[in-house]
Ligand binder design. Structure first.
Ligand code: CDP
Ligand code: MG
Length: 929
């Protein structure tokens, strides 16, 4: 373990010990503020758990229930176990070889790197085609347009820089032509010089949709069909061009996947990493990885492209490699700030009685150091009225997004700046868009005959609709209410006015309490600039920022990179499968290394999932989880689904959890959507089965019926189709590795138990473990995580409307702290699935307790029953592990002994929930179904 790490762990331990001295006192010390208070209680709970563990104490609330089996059942199982030895003799040497090679290899071991050989015949052919194309009117007319782009003015410089350097950074404003032009310049230059055959350019895009639309655009510019010299590849979809003399636009994930089998990208001559300013995890990984790759591939060129703001940082990371900046493009945009908006609208802010009325120390500094001198200057110059100055002094004014103010500004713009183009309002989320829309509708000031109001949110159906982009009829003004999706992903050309609320909702990950948070925070300068730029696409525009000028001075330059805001399990698996060694070492070489806590958490989860061993090497299970293009918990679920012959429902659940929920929420229809979700969930007490059922019902229908079904249940057809494609892709992996012998996920052989809802829930539980929670309280109102933190059901979860739960246990995938600590999706489970699939199983014979997860969950159980359960569990686990290391079909129609054990597990789990195995509940006041 690196020294730095060890030291940190020790210092944390010491801190906990010190705070432990407060353990007996009721409340936190009064000097603590904000997050420190939460940390204090978390540490205290941690310490208490440690002490209890050392002393072997089990607190009564950890004992969830009792597991009993009828005497006849015990007898039957004993007999079964006596006759079942479980001995499997088929092994899979092909898998073993691949696995050993991967686990024992290092990226440096790949020495046979094939590089390009020039092909004179192809060179000539490419040149001929190129010359011919240039004579066409289509090409010429597009060329005229291309020549107006700022990037085109620098064509020679770009070609020279790429020619004479291995790495170049190119920066420029959005829309200046980087993505569409740079790759073409390089390719055309090669072709012109008669060496087109040694040019194959790969250009990465952060989003699937941009990879496709850019490739289409470039093909049009080159007057050729997609798939000739230009193509794209994204997960599940591709139109590849010829192998040489061509350009491929693809997502970053595609490149990472290719590198698993060809780490030095031997078939690529130029790699362009585009939009790297977005700092998504995968681009960050590639940027670091290429530091190693380029030394082995001196002929490979790397071009990094970004927006203007942070280009220097990338150049510095690559030993100050050359940096080319393309001068600005958009029309000028005039910027106004909060004080100007207050003055202009005459808006009065009344303040609100706030529980946070005490200024935090950071605010204190800001108000005294920046705001006050500025306000005094405003007063001296008489630029703002006394009232405006007073309002600016109130920190509450900037605390929350003020919809009344935005409304007043909209009215003002529409009254004073008639006939002047569309308005784009940036808000933080669904609720704000919905509320502002309602305010506008009810005010009567925005009649439909004169205004077209379009909400834009990834969950609203408008996102993919054409009228967002189209110009409205004369006399009608378009007002778009959007999240930051309109910053880069969606471009609306006719916008002239932008209202920037100044906030943005970002997910952040807090490893200390293992929770994602989603809260509004100040935009970074990069966002504010991007938002402003949206007003100047077609003519000079105006942008209103709803923060003051002093605030503008203290905004961060950029948002935190994603690697600092996310869980790292997938990243670590990628590192392993790319053979990059110990993850800590690799991750500490990133531009912004993630916090050690997050690395520790992720490694520990992967160990608990049995994906990594104690030495941090991939296990056989880890190998599959890394290869399956899906989060590890879902990958595990899929493998178990195949082995338990309930594959189709599990594939649907895994795909939906990994990609996205197919439900949409049109404005004002929130309640109806809720009702439809409940209808589809069929009382199964499971959001996961709801996701399955939505897809299942869709798959049963086709054509018009499917469309009708989607519209009735508010489902996005394109999302459902994407989920179907993902299922096919997972199936291909299972087929390649021999877990199944068909590519049809509906094949009967792998769905013999798909109708057994209880088993399907148990397999979901096996995948999602250790994301387990308990519901406590007299009326089972209080869900908590296994570690004891209080959570709430997210309103969209079907469990949020339930009053009675048949078991106090649930598993979940996403826990996100926004206005509250919400569990977004959950399935109620019974104890046995946890006992079979949970970790750290132990039996305490003194208290007759089965303990799981360091006794965080305990079940009363007699010695005799435990002996039986433990033995079945051991056999099951042995078999599952064997199967994962020697992939092969588990055939439920055979009478093999292993199937007998699987069947016994299935029956026990099913009977428990159906009630024949009694599960005594300690919470007598609650109704048991
Ligand atoms: O990459 P960058 O933001 O610098 O610009 P680009 O994506 O290369 O776009 C250059 C120009 O091409 C834009 O201003 C658009 O007018 C046009 N374009 C388009 O019409 N359709 C696309 N799918 C992409 C770009
Ligand atoms: Mg671009």
């Amino acid at each position: 373990m690196p020294k730095k790490w060890d030291k940190k762990c020790r210092s944390r331990k010491l801190k906990i010990m010190e705070d432990g001295e407060h353990a007996k006192s009721e409340r936190h010390p009064s000097h603590l503020r904000g997050k420190e208070i939460g940390m204090f209680y978390a540490r205290r709970a941690f310490l208490r758990r440690q002490q209890e563990k050392e002393a072997g104490i089990v607190r009564p609330e950890r004992v969830i229930g009792e597991i009993t089996l009828p005497a006849s059942k015990i007898e039957e199982l004993e007999k079964l176990l006596r006759s079942t030895l479980i001995y499997v003799d088929e092994s899979n040497p092909a898998f073993k070889r691949k696995f050993d090679l991967l686990v024992n290899g290092r990226i440096e071991d790949h020495v046979n790197i094939r590089t390009f050989e020039q092909n004179a015949l192809l060179d000539e052919k490419l040149k001929e085609e190129y010359d011919l194309r240039q004579t066409t009117p289509e090409y010429q007319s597009m060329l005229e347009k291309r020549k107006t782009l700022p990037t085109y003015q620098l064509k020679k410089d770009i070609i020279n820089a790429v020619e004479s350097n291995q790495i170049v950074v190119i920066s420029g404003e959005t829309g200046c032509g980087k993505t569409t032009q740079v790759a073409q310049f390089v390719l055309d230059d090669h072709v012109e010089q008669g060496k087109g055959s040694i040019c194959h350019i790969v250009c990465t895009q952060p989003r699937r949709i941009s990879a496709i639309s850019i490739a289409e655009r470039v093909a049009v510019e080159r007057a050729e069909k997609l798939g000739e010299g230009v193509g794209y590849q994204i997960r599940l979809e591709k139109v590849l061009p010829r192998e040489r003399g061509s350009i491929v636009y693809c997502t970053v994930g595609v490149v990472l996947r290719q590198m698993e089998s060809d780490p030095y990208l031997s078939q690529v001559s130029h790699l362009i990493l585009d939009e790297i300013h977005e700092r998504d995890v995968k681009s960050d990984l590639l940027i670091t990885l290429f530091k190693q790759i380029l030394t082995k591939r001196p002929d490979l060129k790397l071009i990094l492209m970004s927006a203007t703001l942070n280009a220097e940082k990338f150049s510095a990371y690559y030993n100050n490699c050359p940096h080319l900046n393309i001068p600005g493009f958009t029309y000028p945009v005039q910027e106004f700030y909060l004080e100007d908006v207050l003055q202009r609208t005459g808006f009065t802010f009344k303040g609100f009685k706030s529980k946070h009325s005490k200024r935090r120390s950071k605010d204190e500094e800001f108000y005294s150091g920046f705001m006050e001198p500025y306000i005094r200057q405003l007063q001296a110059n008489k630029t703002c009225s006394v009232e405006v100055c007073e309002m600016l002094r109130n920190p509450q004014l900037e605390e929350e997004v003020n919809l009344d103010l935005i409304f007043a500004l909209l009215v003002d713009i529409c009254e004073t700046e008639q006939d002047k183009g569309a308005i784009l309002v940036f808000l933080t989320g669904f609720m704000e868009i919905s509320n502002l829309n309602r305010m506008m509708e009810y005010s009567g000031k925005f009649p439909r005959s004169e205004f077209l109001i379009i909400p834009l949110h990834s969950q609203m159906p408008t996102v993919n609709q054409k009228h967002v982009f189209e110009r409205p009829p004369r006399g009608v003004r378009k007002i778009v209410l959007s999240t930051n999706i309109a910053e880069t992903s969606v471009t609306i050309d006719d916008v002239v006015f932008v209202i920037d609320c100044g906030k943005i909702k970002m997910t952040d990950y807090d490893a200390e309490v293992d929770t994602y948070t989603l809260k509004p925070q100040w935009v970074a300068l990069a966002n504010a600039n991007q938002r402003k730029g949206r007003a100047g696409r077609v003519q000079p525009g105006i942008c209103f920022h709803l923060f003051s000028r002093p605030r503008n001075l203290v905004l961060e330059q950029y948002q935190k990179p994603e690697i600092l805001r996310t869980r790292l399990e997938n990243t670590i698996l990628s590192i392993k499968v790319l053979q990059l060694g110990k993850c800590f070492e690799f991750l500490s070489g990133l531009m912004d290394p993630p916090p050690e806590d997050s690395i520790l958490m992720a490694v520990s989860l992967l160990k608990r999932l049995n994906a990594l061993d104690d030495d941090e090497s991939l296990t056989s299970l880890g190998y599959h989880l890394a290869k399956l293009p899906i989060a590890p918990q879902m990958g595990k679920m899929v493998l178990f689904g195949a082995m338990f012959s309930c594959l189709d429902p599990i594939l649907s659940v895994a795909a939906s959890l990994d990609f996205k929920d197919a439900f949409m929420i049109p404005l004002g229809k929130e309640n109806q959507v809720d009702q439809m979700r409940r209808e589809l969930s069929s009382g199964w007490m499971s959001d996961h089965l709801l996701l399955y059922n939505a897809l299942h019902q869709f798959e049963k229908r086709n054509g018009f019926n499917a469309r009708q079904f989607c519209s009735k249940y508010f489902l996005s057809m394109s999302t459902l189709q994407q989920l179907q494609k993902m299922k096919v892709q997972f199936m291909e992996y299972l087929f390649e590795t021999d877990f199944v012998d068909t590519k049809n996920h509906k094949d009967k052989k792998f769905n013999l138990n798909s109708n057994n809802v209880i088993l399907v829930k148990a397999i979901i539980c096996a995948g999602l473990y250790p994301n387990v929670g308990t519901i406590s309280g007299k009326r089972r109102k209080f869900p908590r995580t296994m570690a004891g933190y209080r959570v709430n059901w997210h309103p969209k979860s079907v469990l949020s409307k339930e009053l009675h739960f048949p078991s106090p246990l649930f598993v979940y995938y996403l826990k996100l702290k926004s206005t509250s600590n919400f569990v977004h999706d959950a399935t109620i489970v019974h104890p046995l699935p946890l006992v079979f699939f949970g970790d750290k199983y132990e039996y305490d014979s003194t208290n007759s307790l089965i303990g799981l997860a360091d006794k965080q969950l305990c079940f009363k159980c007699s010695q005799k029953t435990n002996t039986i359960i433990k033995e079945i569990r051991d056999k099951l686990n042995w078999f599952l592990e064997y199967k994962v290391s020697n992939p092969g079909v588990v055939d439920w129609t055979s009478s093999k002994e292993e199937i007998t054990v699987l069947r016994a597990v299935m029956e026990l789990i099913t009977n428990e929930e159906l009630g024949s195995t009694s599960f005594t509940d300690f919470d007598d006041n609650c109704q048991i179904h």
